[in-house]
Write a protein that binds this ligand. Structure first.
Ligand code: SF4
Length: 440
């Protein structure tokens, strides 16, 4: 009987792709990766470790499986990913239940680590996080009908509050032919929506080809038959050039949805956080994008309570959000992370103030989402069908304006296949979600 291995994937979409690649490696090595998580011999917890809440979630998961191990229902625990990369010594010292560690430079070695711990060894693998990206297959766990397409690894932006470059290494673009090959494979598997991700997608190609190549890559992805939607995430504001804007505007398959994390709008804070560009440039960029791409839905990420954020800076951010009406916005409380420049800076607002500001900004955003939903009433949206809503029994899916896990859904009461597209006329808003009737 092959050893049963389970995978828990925490954190961001990039980490999810690593989990899928590890599953492929395990499958290729003959391990059974199909079982329920409470019936496996070894569990791999692929962790996130970049802010306090993510670290807590990773540790909670590890302790949960440690309980199963104590009860004899699990034999081995392997902790992989960013928490391991960041706290290898602390984990081995403080979590003796953990049998193996896999760093962000060693996902490829997961099968060896599993065989080592199954033989009773404590196995730790920490490869070079700047090494060229290994091109391995993956067991796609997303869908139906969509998958992430990671085009690069690491980051060179070095924002002052961020530990990711120290965990994921320097920026490395994947060769374009490899990305296109993977996209074709996904299309053959029935994937219709590709969600393009990296720590910074807009920088794609600058290291490998000496120039930005995202626009060219997107145009070539549009040529792949079977792919209907291409969604761009993690664009850095000052890397968005006219060629990319034209490509998004012109290519039908590119959904009119752009994720552009800005974190703040105040010039002083942007500068201190080592973010390129000014508040004025961000305002001008968003204005230009809305003019050049009609019906565009913008997503962004905002951090409340960054060092140097006083009442005036906060109010500037709040009024910017009220004015710009960014349809999709994730607001986070600043988490001072040891090892970052920002954590050592003076004038860090206290936690209570940061949480209060986060709540105020989240409230602004939820009113904007309500306004956006109102504006969708009577419209016909193309929806990718994803599942059945347990509460209502309705089917649900996502429109161009919704990215998985972070945005809303569209509910409708009709028969349709998962992974299919249907046209839904929006007739209602139920608990903040759009609902409607399928147009034949
Ligand atoms: S762009 Fe900035 S915040 Fe994003 S991963 Fe890179 S350093 Fe971190």
């Amino acid at each position: 009987m092959p050893t049963k291995v389970g995978m828990v994937s925490l954190g961001c979409a990039k980490n999810m792709v690593n989990s899928e690649q590890m599953l492929q490696k395990l499958k290729d090595a003959g391990y059974d990766i199909t079982g329920p998580l409470d019936k496996v011999d070894t569990i791999v917890i692929n962790t996130c470790g970049f802010i306090e809440s993510a670290k807590a979630e990773a540790i909670d998961n590890t302790l949960e499986f440690a309980e199963l191990k104590k009860e004899g229902r699990l034999r081995k625990i392997i902790v992989a990913g960013c928490l391991s990369e960041r706290y290898k010594d602390e984990i081995m010292r403080e979590l003796p239940e953990v049998d193996g560690l896999v760093g962000c430079g060693s996902f490829d070695e997961i099968a060896e680590v599993v065989s080592g711990v199954m033989e009773g060894d404590k196995v730790c693998r920490f490869g070079d996080i700047d090494a060229p990206i290994s091109e391995t297959g993956r067991v796609v766990t997303s869908g139906p009908g969509w998958a992430y397409l990671r085009i690069a690894e690491g980051c060179d932006n070095c924002c002052a509050y961020c530990v990711i470059p120290s965990l994921r290494g320097k920026y490395r673009s994947r060769p374009m032919e490899n990305i296109l090959g993977e996209a074709r494979m996904l299309a053959e598997m029935g994937v219709k929506e590709l969600i393009v991700i990296a720590q910074d997608t807009s920088r794609y190609g600058t290291d490998l080809y000496g120039e930005r190549k995202l626009s060219e890559l997107v145009r070539r992805l549009c040529d792949i038959s079977g792919i209907d939607w291409i969604r761009l995430h993690y664009l850095y504001p000052d890397e968005i050039d006219d060629e990319l804007i034209d490509t998004v505007a012109r290519e039908e398959k590119v959904v009119k949805y752009l994720d552009i994390p800005i974190q703040h709008i105040n010039n002083g804070i942007l500068k201190r956080m080592n973010r390129r560009g000014t508040g004025t440039e961000i305002r001008e960029l968003f204005k230009k994008l809305r003019e050049r791409i009609p019906g565009l839905v913008l997503r962004t990420s905002i951090i409340a309570g960054l060092p140097g954020e006083g009442e005036a800076e906060f109010e500037e951010l709040a009024s910017f959000l009220r004015e710009t009406k960014i349809e999709r916005g994730g607001v986070f409380v600043y988490s001072p992370e040891e090892g970052t420049e920002a954590a050592g800076m003076p004038d860090i607002p206290d936690r209570e103030t940061a949480e209060h500001r986060c709540a105020l900004l989240t409230d602004i955003q939820s009113r904007i989402i309500d306004e956006f939903n109102e504006s969708m009433l009577g419209k016909v949206l193309t929806v990718l069908v994803e599942g059945v809503d347990n509460a209502t029994g309705y089917l649900y899916g996502r429109s161009f304006a919704d990215s998985p896990d972070v945005d809303g859904r569209v509910l409708f009461d009709a028969q349709a296949g998962l992974g299919d597209f249907v046209k839904v006329r929006i007739t209602d808003i139920i608990d903040g979600e759009l609902a409607g009737e399928v147009e034949e």
